[in-house]
Structures are given as C-alpha cells and as structure tokens.
Design a protein around this ligand. Structure first.
Ligand code: NAP
Length: 543
C-alpha cells in the first residue's frame, strides 16, 4: 500500500457540506452516482457552520433562501424574516436529515489536493484525514466566501490578548463583557458584529477603513400567519425567484426605470424601496444605478442622507462611516443591511477610528493592542477581525489542484481568473465547479437560487455523460474565451468595475483584477446554461 493507494473509489467527490454540496450530494445519489462528500468541518453548514460570530444572519429573506423541494419547504418555518445563524444552521441540519445525507459525508476531512491523471481519466482527491479517493468527477462546492484572509497585519503575533476571526468564530463564543474589544472591518460581517456586541462590551473600538452604504433592515418576527402565507405561495415563489436579476423575489419594474419616471416618482420609488427594509433598494430600485452616474449619484445621495440623519449630524462619525460620491456609488460594492449599527456607533462606550490611508491607518499590532500611524496605541483585550475573504477563487486555489499535464489551478488563477460559465475550467477535465468566478454565484445572487441552479446543471451534465456513453467533459479553449469575453463586456459596461472591493478581487494583494460575478442577471445566466446543454455542450469537449 502506497500513499496513493485509494482508500475509496467513487463516481463523484463533492467538496464542501454547505448549501451547494448538500444539494449536490442529494441529486447525484438520486441519479445513482456513487458519491462521497468531503467536509473540513465537524458538521454540515458551510458558511453557516464557520461564521458563528454574534449577529450573523441572512440578508436574504428566509422564505427565498430555500431549496425548491415542496415537502422540504413546507416542513420548515422561519421564526423571523431574516433569521440568524443558529436557526440557519438548524435548517441545514434539517435538510441533511430529511435527505438522509450523513452516511455519505466524511467530516474533519479537508481536501488538500486533487490531481487529474490523463491516462486513467480519473481524479485522486486527498484529505487532511488521510483519505485517498479515486473518482471520475471532482465537484467543487467550496463556497464563494470560505477562504478567510489571515495574518495580514504587521506583528499580528505580538498581541498578547485574544485574536478572533469572525469566519472561524469559536462555537462557545467570546466573552466581551467588561472587556476592551476592537473590531477591524465594517463590511457586512463587521457591521453585524458591531451592532450586536456594542452594548455588552466594556469598551468597543471600531477600526473603519472604507465607509459603506448601508440600508436599514426590517426584521419582524414570523408566526403561523406568515408561515401559511409563504408556504401557500410556494409555486409562485419557486418560479419567480430563478428568473429575476439577482435571484431574489423582487426585481426592477421595466416601466419605472430612472429614465421613464419623473423626479417625484423617483423619490417615491426610493422611499418605497428603502422602507421595504431589504436589499430591494439595491437590487430592484433602478437598473441605471449600475450603469449611469446620474442615477447612481442620486440613489447614493439618498442612502447617505438616510445614514447621516441617524448619525445625528455627528461630523466625526459621518466622515468615518458614510461614503461620499467621490468614494464610490451605492451598490457598486456589496450593500450590507444593518439593524441598529448606526445607533451602536453612538453609544458612550464606543469609539470609531477612521483608519483610511488619508486618516490614521493601522501601523501594526503591539503587545497591548493596536498602534496607529500617528503613534497612538489603542489598548485592547480582544481583537475581532472581520477583514474579509479571498472570494470566489480562494476555496479552490488554496488546494493543490492539478489538471492536464500537471498544470496548477492556483498558478493559473494567480495570473488570470478564467472559467467557462463558472462551471468548469479549460485544462481540468471532469472538474465541475459552483460558486467560482464568472457566474452570478460568485458574488451577486441569493445564494440558494444560484447554487441550486448550478448543482442541477452539473447533475444533468453527468446524467447526459452517462446517457451518451461519454466519460470526459472539459471546457474547450474557444468556449472559455467566448465566455470570458462575454463576461468582461457585460462587466465593463457597469460602474461596479470602477470600485475597489472584493467584487473586483482588490482586497487581496496581487489578485488579478476582474469582476468575480457575472452581472448579466441570474435569469439570463440560467437561460444561457440551459441553452448550452440543449445545444449539446458546444463550449465543452466531450469524449
Ligand atoms: P468585506 O466586505 O471584504 O469587509 C472587510 C472589511 O475589513 C472592510 O471594511 C475592509 O476595509 C476591512 N479591512 C480589511 N483589511 C483591513 C486592514 N488592513 N485595515 C483596516 N481594515 C481592513 O468582508 P465581510 O464583511 O466579511 O463581507 C464579505 C461578504 O460576505 C459580504 O459582502 C457578503 O456578501 C457576505 N456576508 C453576507 C452576510 C449576510 O448575508 N447577512 C453577512 C456577512 C457577510 P476596506 O473596505 O477598506 O478593504
């Protein structure tokens, strides 16, 4: 027995037991494929297993963050409109049990390498637990935001207190009562942490770099009446959601775009969307906010005004927290919902420090806390890092993935991030992917909508392979080139590509700049994937 002797032989390995991986396993098993799911964590949940930080919750409404199985859907009730992490984790356990998935999942098994052998047309997938799995297909369901950025601060190890990453938050929690706590990061994660822990901390220091436009969440409790209403609407919701721009329930009204409305109508639409208390302000107000400066400026001003009012004209906080038109436009960066964040920042035990390059950036960590550029040392007991992820490509490029001729995916993506519809990559036969760049699931989507669609496409592709007597499916060089060009043309028409954020990979030093998400629309993407299949996979070579 050598280090390469297989411990198991299967038709398909699925990596990751989050929403995508669980659903993928369920489908493949139903179709009779012998499938092994490998998961690094101790249990299922993916994003919702790792991100146990205080205040973690959906920005998608619970009734659309769903898998479209009627019995599954109607057998579960959410307790509020935007449920929190513990309830979401329970839901994923419910899904796992309902589909009886556990027996085919190996936990505590982080995939460390996946090598394709051209002669045998098989992948060998190895894990941290010593598994060596021989498989025909390797399917990545590793998540778009699962590779945290770590150890980025100078002298981070010198700090004598406790450092906690939100993305690896201890299940037993972290005591903040009576403690001097620092939070670095005011993205969607940092905002949820700050608004949740601020009242409990002895003292909280918020280190805020780029300001964020935020929209106030409305999160009513749900009871039997709401459950009945959304259960009864199952068929309608199931057919509406996959066809919208972003996989949510709401969409732009084509008769009420920026161009064909009066100033009074526009004002009313902005108010209605904002008061909806959801991402509707971003994803269903005016399509022009993604393309045209006039509309982008107007909506940005509206949201900034709403934020300023709640900050009670506190000039220091406004400077640190509220973006200006010179920074970037509303929605060209992921919009976080908040629920008491702006009020938390005004509590007497909270200090906000702007650590922008032109204010007072973080210089390094020291034994007692954090030293700023101006020499001030902020003394802390605990530092919570909500500093983001190597998004889209990170999950796979942190693994040693080798395709034809030993080519390395990490190396290729370190130069140029390319895929074919986010479903595969030229040079990597029988590697099928979800939540990787150049598909909506990489960033801009209600995740269950996009992950269901991609995993269903993968399942059908494997069934087609079997039906057609084929054993290899690989994106062609020409097919990939065509998709990358279409993606870039679509992306470059928008203002999103002008803003620095994780959407563009600009939060990771050296990461090639390209919009991670396909922004042609979730419904459009789905149609393109269907057309690809119906036309016999012209962007792929099959043998
Ligand atoms: P993020 O949006 O990338 O935010 C990271 C934050 O850390 C930013 O404020 C960033 O500042 C700051 N930061 C990074 N390095 C820093 C440094 N050296 N010094 C000071 N500040 C630094 O990450 P995230 O908040 O984890 O959110 C990522 C995505 O996860 C979200 O956009 C969203 O899609 C998803 N998410 C969803 C939910 C939900 O659905 N409810 C909740 C949380 C997260 P800069 O902006 O200046 O780089």
């Amino acid at each position: 027995m050598t280090a390469d002797t297989p411990t198991e032989t299967v038709d398909a390995v699925v990596m990751g037991a989050g929403v995508a991986g669980l659903y993928q396993l369920h489908q493949l098993r139903k179709e009779g494929f012998k499938t092994r799911l490998l998961e690094a964590g101790e249990d299922v949940g993916g994003t919702w297993y790792w991100n146990r930080y205080p205040g973690a919750r959906f920005d998608s409404e619970g009734h659309i963050y769903q898998l479209w199985d009627e019995e599954l859907y109607k057998g579960w009730t959410w307790s509020e409109r935007f449920p929190g992490q513990p309830e979401i984790e329970r839901w994923l356990h419910y899904v796992t049990d309902k589909f009886e998935l556990r027996k085919d999942i190996k936990f505590n098994a982080r995939v460390t390498s996946a090598h394709y052998d051209e002669k045998r047309n098989r992948w060998t997938v190895k894990t941290s637990a010593g598994d060596v799995i021989d498989t025909q297909y390797f399917i990545s369901c590793g998540g778009m935001l699962s590779a945290p950025i770590t150890n980025q601060f100078v002298d981070q190890d010198k700090f004598k207190g406790q450092i906690v990453y939100t993305s690896l938050y201890p299940a037993e929690g972290v005591v903040v009562k009576g403690q001097r706590v620092g939070v670095i990061g005011v993205g969607a994660t940092g905002i949820q942490v700050i608004q949740t822990i601020a009242p409990d901390c002895g003292h909280l220091t918020v280190f805020a770099r780029t300001p964020q436009y935020t929209v106030k969440m409305k999160n009513p409790k749900w009871g039997p009446a709401e459950h009945k209403e959304y259960h009864d609407a199952y068929e309608k919701t199931k057919t509406t959601v996959p066809d919208t721009f972003s996989g949510f329930e709401y969409d732009w009204d084509p008769t009420k775009t920026w161009h064909n409305t009066t100033p009074e109508e526009r004002q009313k639409i902005m108010e209605d969307c904002y008061e909806h208390g959801s991402l509707k302000m971003w994803l269903a107000s005016f399509p022009e906010i993604f393309f045209e400066k006039e509309a982008s400026d107007a909506v940005s001003q509206y949201v900034a005004d709403r934020m300023r009012q709640r900050l009670n004209n506190n000039a220091h906080l406004i400077d640190a927290i509220v973006p200006t038109l010179d920074d970037y436009g509303f929605g060209t960066h992921r919009v976080p919902l908040e629920n008491g964040y702006l009020e938390a920042l005004q509590l007497p035990n909270v200090e906000v420090i702007s650590v922008r390059k032109d204010r007072n950036p973080i210089k390094r960590f020291v034994e007692k806390g954090i030293e700023l550029q101006d020499g001030r040392v902020v003394e802390l007991d605990k530092i919570i890092l909500a500093t983001g992820f190597d998004a889209g490509s990170g999950a796979l490029s942190r693994i040693d993935v080798r395709g034809r001729g030993g080519r390395s995916l990490a190396e290729e993506w370190s130069k140029d991030i390319r895929t074919t519809m986010g479903l595969g990559k030229h040079g990597y036969p029988n590697l099928l992917t979800t939540a990787v760049p150049l598909a909506p699931s990489a960033a801009l989507c209600n995740m269950t909508t996009c992950l269901s669609q991609q995993t269903e496409w993968v399942t059908r592709a494997l069934v087609d392979q079997r039906k057609d007597g084929k054993t290899i499916i690989e994106p062609s060089a020409e097919g990939e080139e065509k998709w990358v060009k279409h993606h870039d043309d679509t992306a470059n028409a928008t203002l999103v590509t002008k803003t620095d954020s994780w959407y563009m990979g600009s939060n990771v030093p050296g990461k090639p700049r390209r919009l991670l998400s396909y922004v042609g629309g979730v419904g459009t993407y789905r149609k393109k994937c269907e057309e690809e299949r119906e036309a016999g996979y012209p962007s792929f070579v099959r043998a």
